[in-house]
Design a protein around this ligand. Structure first.
Ligand code: G3P
Length: 218
């Protein structure tokens, strides 16, 4: 499973890139607003740090403007994935860009029917929002299972399931069990993956016992 970080915070991106385990980055207009930075130079900077796909989202909702914005975004760097909303206009832009070889991430997916449309439009990624479904008492992980099942039925679909709106490690693990290709997560959730109390306890014991040997490896 690939891990993307869902943030526009450069410190978090650099820190996670340094682990060697980060495969990409996703941003959205809310995350850009939170960063307080200029959108286009920020995306360029992120693309220079992380070689994998970096999602940059269009702001317009009408086809003509969205298409023009998409052209600007895809010219920032080769590893930009243009992010479009799951609307008729968004999917039209998705189809055109995908046909031209540009990666497109279709966002704001809340149903299997929408995911089916995105695959037919040639999306590189579909972003179902697990946490926001859970927030309204729908089981977000059931949607991931449905999309994985449907995509598996059609070998000619190249679209990767990018689990979004991730709130906790369980969202990641359950999605991985279903075969979802990517999880995009807040930096804090990626860091949570390392944690287990028995690891801490076991390491403390090993450190103490090693001291008793009086030896040094170096
Ligand atoms: O970037 C899309 C998605 O991951 C947003 O997550 O936490 O705002 O629901 P969230």
């Amino acid at each position: 499973m690939k891990f993307f970080v869902d943030t526009a915070d450069l410190d978090d991106i650099k820190d996670l890139a340094d682990t060697g385990l980060l495969d990409g980055v996703t941003t959205n207009p809310s995350l850009i607003a939170k960063s307080g930075k200029q959108f286009i130079p920020l995306i360029k900077e992120i693309c220079d740090i992380v070689p994998g796909p970096v999602s940059a989202e269009v702001a317009a909702t009408d086809y003509e403007t969205m298409r023009k914005e998409a052209d600007v975004l895809r010219n920032i760097a080769d590893n930009v994935a243009v992010k479009v909303p799951l609307t008729p206009a968004g999917l039209k832009v998705c189809k055109e860009l995908s046909d031209e070889g540009t990666m497109v991430n279709v966002t704001l997916c809340f149903s299997a029917a929408q995911a089916l449309l995105a695959a037919k439009a040639g999306a590189a990624f579909i972003s179902p929002f697990v946490g926001r479904l859970d927030d309204i008492s729908f089981n977000g992980l059931e949607l991931i299972a449905d999309i994985c099942t449907i995509y598996d039925n059609y070998a000619y679909f190249d679209t990767e399931v990018l689990v979004a709106s991730v709130r906790n490690p369980l969202h990641i693990i359950e999605s991985a069990k279903m075969g979802a290709h990517v999880a995009t997560c807040p930096a804090s959730v990626i860091r949570q993956l390392y944690n287990h109390p028995l690891t801490d306890k076991g390491l403390a014991a090993f450190v103490e016992d090693w001291k008793k040997t009086g030896q040094s490896i170096l």
